[in-house]
Design a protein around this ligand. Sequence first.
Ligand code: PLP
Length: 468
Amino acid sequence: MEDILPLVRTAKLPSPVLKPAVPREDSASAESVVQQQDAAPGSPRLAPYQALPVTKSTIITHNITPALPVLEPGELDKEELEARINKVIDDYKEKLQLRTDHHMGYPYNLDFDYGPLEGLQKYCINNLGDPFIESNYGVHSREFEIGVLQWFARLWEIEVDDFWGYITNCGTEGNLHGILVGREALPDGILYASRETHYSIFKAGRMYRMDAVKVGTLDSGEIDYDELQGHLAANAARPAIININIGTTVKGAVDDLDRETGYTEDRFFIHCDGALFGMMIPFVKRAPMVTFKKPIGSISVSGHKFVGSPVPCGVVMTRLRYIKGVSSDVEYLNSRDATIMGSRNGHAPIYMWYTFTRKGYEGLRKDVEKCLRNAHLLKSMLDTAGVRTMLNELSSTVVFERPREESFVRKWQLACEGDIAHVVVMPNITIRKLETFVQELVESRARVSVAEALKLAEDARAHAGDEE
Ligand SMILES: Cc1ncc(COP(=O)(O)O)c(C=O)c1O
C-alpha cells in the first residue's frame, strides 16, 4: 500500500479573522494513491469495479422490529419493577456495545468520549427559534451554537455578518432547509440533482412541490456534467436550484463545484450536500474547496457522522441575505422562526463545540488522514483477497461486491444497494477491526462458494439416480 499522506492537507488552524481557512498550496503537484497506481508505467488503466445500476433491484429484507412493551408500574411490586428496568437497561447497554463493535456500513464515527459532559442530560436544553435571537426559554445553549457556527463560517470562508445558519437535527434537515431557501430565492426554479443523490433532496422537491430533474451519473457516481448542461440549456427560461454532492451516500463521489452553469448568478442557487464528506473535504489536499467565496447558496453537513456525537445532528449555513425569505417573527417565542424544526436539540451544539475545542483543526485533520489511510488499506486487503472493489479518489468509502450471506451483512451492519455494499471508514475503524472484517468476509464468501459447488454435485447425484 502506498503512502496516502500527500492526500491530507497540512495542519493549519482556521484563522479567527476570517481568512482562508486552509492552505491550497501545491494542489496540482500532490498525487493521490489512486492516480499513482493508475499511472504506473506499463500498467493498463483499469476501469474501476462497476456495480450494476443501484436502482435496478431493490432488495429490502424487512427485518421487523420487536417491541419492548412498556410496563404499568402497578403490574409488579416496586422491587421487581426496579430489577426489571435495570435488567432491560443493562442488557441494552451490552447490545449497544456489541453493535458498536461490529459496525462498518454507515458513515458514523462511533469513537467519541463526552464524559465531561455527563450530567447535562438532566436539563431540557432547547434552542427553539432562531439561534441568533434568544427566546424567553432560558434553558438553551445558543452561545455554544453561535460559537460552532462561527467555526464553520471560518472553515467555509464567509464573513460573520454575511452568514446565517443553525445546528440541525441531521443532514436531512439541512438539505430540507437549503432547498427551501433556494426555492424561496428562485420560486420558479427547477431542482437538479443526480440520481445517486441522497433521497432527502428529492423528498425536499416533493415537499415543496418543485419541478425536479434527476440527472444521470458517471461511473464514479458524480453527476453527468454533459447531461446536466443539456438540461440547463433546454430549461434556460427558468432558474436552476442545483444540488451538488460533496460525497454521495453510496460511492462517496464528489460533484465538481467549479463547473459553469451558463446562467447568471441571480438565476441559479447551489446547495452543497456534504453530509459526511463535507466535514472531511477541508482537510484533503487535492480536493476542491467548498467555500462561500464560490457562488454557492448553502451547505449542509451532519454532525454525528465524521465528527461523532451521541445524538444525530448537523449544520446548515446560507447567506444572510437569503434568510429573510424564509423567516418570520413569532411573538410566542420572542424569537424568529427560520428553521425547519421548532424545538431544537440544545445538547447537539455542546457536543460539537466540545469536539472542535478538544480536537482542533489539527485533530480533525489527523482523523481524516487515518480514515483515508485505512480505506486504502481495506481496499488493498480486499483486492488481495479477490474481492472486487472501488474507491473514489479522496473518499474513505470502500465499495465492494455485496456479500451474499445476509447474516454477514447484518452482523457488520453493511449498507447495500443493488449488487454493491460499502464500508465507510471512520475514525473508529482500526486496522484490527479491518483484519477481523476481511477474514470473516473471506470465510463467508467461501461458505457460499462451497455450498453452491456442492449443490451442483447434489443435483447431479439426484439426476443420476442411485448409481452415484
Ligand atoms: C449524501 C448524504 N446526504 C444526506 C444524508 C442524510 O443525512 P442524515 O442521516 O444526517 O439525515 C446522508 C446520509 O447518509 C448522505 O449520505
